[in-house]
Structure formats: structure tokens, C-alpha cells
Design a protein around this ligand. Sequence first.
Ligand SMILES: CC(C)(COP(=O)(O)OP(=O)(O)OC[C@H]1O[C@@H](n2cnc3c(N)ncnc32)[C@H](O)[C@@H]1OP(=O)(O)O)[C@@H](O)C(=O)NCCC(=O)NCCS
Length: 225
Amino acid sequence: MAFMFLREAINTYRERDPAARSGIEVLLCYPGLHAVIWHRLSHGLWRSDLKLPARMSAHLGRFLTGIEIHPAARIGCRLIIDHGIGVVIGETAEVGDDVYLYHGVTLGGTSSERGKRHPTLGNNVIVGAGAKILGGILIGDGARVGANAVVVQPVAPGVTVVGIPARPVERDPACRQAAAPVFVAYGTPCEETLDPLVRNLEALRAELLALEARVSALSRSTAAE
Ligand SMILES: CC(C)(COP(=O)(O)OP(=O)(O)OC[C@H]1O[C@@H](n2cnc3c(N)ncnc32)[C@H](O)[C@@H]1OP(=O)(O)O)[C@@H](O)C(=O)NCCC(=O)NCCS
């Protein structure tokens, strides 16, 4: 189980981060991956009602990675925290699947009241470097948050927001990230503005990744028989 998680996490970094050259490099040199591993441990302790050990484990993870994730925060599959330093994910934050966070991102609260006070990120959300998302707001699937934005209002699925306070960038709906067939590193450029040759290459790459995933699923099921 742990091995499967690790393999999936490493593959995700290799697919999505153009700087990732090998699996061993990702395993040894990516603090975002280390932070998620620590969080799985801390979250397990938290759910087992071992609150202090969970906080201590999260604190150690923060010390080692520069990324602070509260042990109660809920993190989906294949989260990437790129570069990582300065990321803060609060206690009641929820992060969907295939989310991509850059360094300096805060998923923070705006009140000291107990209860839900941190944001919820849908699936396939990209949050640019230094962005702050504050309060118990929902960031819809496929939304993109620009670098250094401060988001205090909910963001609809597929919408890009920038600035302080963050506002939507006007876009042709056909360009929205939710509709894009592949992940685009840095959240840009819009699919429609890509060079046709690059677009074809991206489509081929997406097919190749899908085929690779099918082959590894088939070989896993053959090995299990
Ligand atoms: C927000 C983002 C996803 C938008 O990308 P895009 O869809 O290609 O948008 P464009 O570049 O066409 O910009 C659209 C408009 O938003 C503005 N804009 C883009 N990013 C912005 C940002 N972070 N803050 C403020 N304005 C921004 C552009 O100037 C442009 O304004 P205009 O329409 O008045 O000319 C992208 O700019 C971004 O910030 N990505 C995060 C990248 C990152 O954090 N990299 C870290 C690598 S280590």
C-alpha cells in the first residue's frame, strides 16, 4: 500500500514537473513529496486520537521540509507541492485530487473560531507561488489561482483568478483549464493559445501517459493473479 502510494506520487511528479529527471531524484530531493509522506503519518495519528504525537510529527515534518500541514487537514491523491518552502495548510483545509501548489501558498483561516475556517480546493486546482486563499471558501475543480493572489471569495470551477483581492480573468469558456485534456505546468498558457504543433505533442503525450497507466494496471492485475 505504502509502496503503491510512493510509486504513484513519484510518477505524478515526473509527469507534471518538467524539472524532474528521475524517480530517485524525486524521492530524494523533493520536499513536497516528503511533506505529504509526513502528513500521511501525522494524519493517521490524528485520526487515531493521538493528537499530541500527531502535532509533534507534523512539527518535525515542518522542520525538515519547510512546509506546514496541520495533521487534521484532508489531502487528496497526487498532491504536488512544488519547491514547497513556506506552504501553510490549515487545520480545516481540504485539498482535492491532482492539486498543484507552488511555494509560499497559504490555505489559511480568517477567524479564530473553531469549526470550518480554511478553504476547500476541488480537483485539478493550480495555486501559483505566494498565493493566499483565506477562509472557508470553495475553489472549484480546475480553477487556477495566480501567483501572489489573495483569494477571499469562492472561485467557480475552471476559472482563473489573479490579484488582490483576487478577481476572475476574462476568458473564453473553451479555454478553461477544467476542459483542458492535460495538465499545463505553471497554469499557463491557455490551451487555445498553444502553438498547434505543441498542442499535438501535448495530445500525444497525454495518450502515451494514458497507455502507460493502462499497461502498469494490466501488469499489476496479471501479477496479482
Ligand atoms: C494566473 C495564471 C495561471 C494565468 O495564466 P494565463 O491563463 O496564461 O493568463 P495570461 O498570462 O494570459 O494573463 C491574463 C491576465 O492576467 C494577468 N495576470 C496573469 N498572472 C497574474 C498574476 N499572478 N497576478 C496578477 N495578474 C496576472 C495578465 O497580466 C493578464 O492581464 P491582461 O488581460 O490585463 O493583459 C498565471 O499567470 C500564473 O500566475 N501561474 C502561476 C505560475 C507560478 O506560480 N509559477 C511559479 C513557478 S516556480
